[in-house]
Design a protein around this ligand. Structure first.
Ligand code: HEC
Length: 120
């Protein structure tokens, strides 16, 4: 492998690292860094693969990756911050039959979690 190629890969990796800087898209409120911590405090990773959060390899719910690019949540509500917060705080209000439990997430925690999820 040439030195130039090695340098190219290093630059590409640095670019990837820069992409993972926690910055939510425009209009999204909340603190994604705090949101990441809240996601682990509520143990969301026990049922979901979450980008950047180590967890089990047995998933009950779908992976929560690419949330920033999805249009619809749980096949039912628009995937914007309001929809995501509503789902996280009270999934049964969206789908009474969902297997996801209501975990008593506070409004602030749900806002920060959605800020984290929408930035990934
Ligand atoms: C006991 C397992 C379980 C736990 C714990 C859990 N979830 Fe879920 N979650 C599910 C299931 C099952 C679904 C799929 C619901 C559906 O599609 O009807 C889901 C769906 C979702 C969705 C919608 C995903 C999509 O693809 O549309 C989001 C967002 C979500 N969960 C976030 C969270 C967050 C945040 C937490 C932590 C507060 C959490 N979940 C904790 C089981 C769980």
């Amino acid at each position: 492998m040439s030195i130039l190629r090695t340098m190219g890969i290093a630059v590409a990796l640095a670019g990837l690292a820069a992409c993972s800087v926690e910055r939510p898209p425009g209009g999204v409120q909340g603190d994604p860094v705090r949101g990441k911590i809240a996601l682990t405090q509520y143990a969301c990773q026990s049922c979901h693969l979450i980008p950047g959060v180590p967890g089990s390899k047995v998933y009950v719910g779908r992976p929560l990756s690419d949330m920033g690019r999805r249009k619809v949540l749980a096949g039912a509500v628009p995937n914007d911050q309001a929809g995501l917060m509503r789902w996280i705080r009270d999934p049964q209000s969206v789908d009474p039959n969902t297997a996801m439990p209501n975990m008593g997430v506070t409004e602030r925690d749900a806002r920060d979690m959605s800020a984290y999820l929408l930035s990934h």
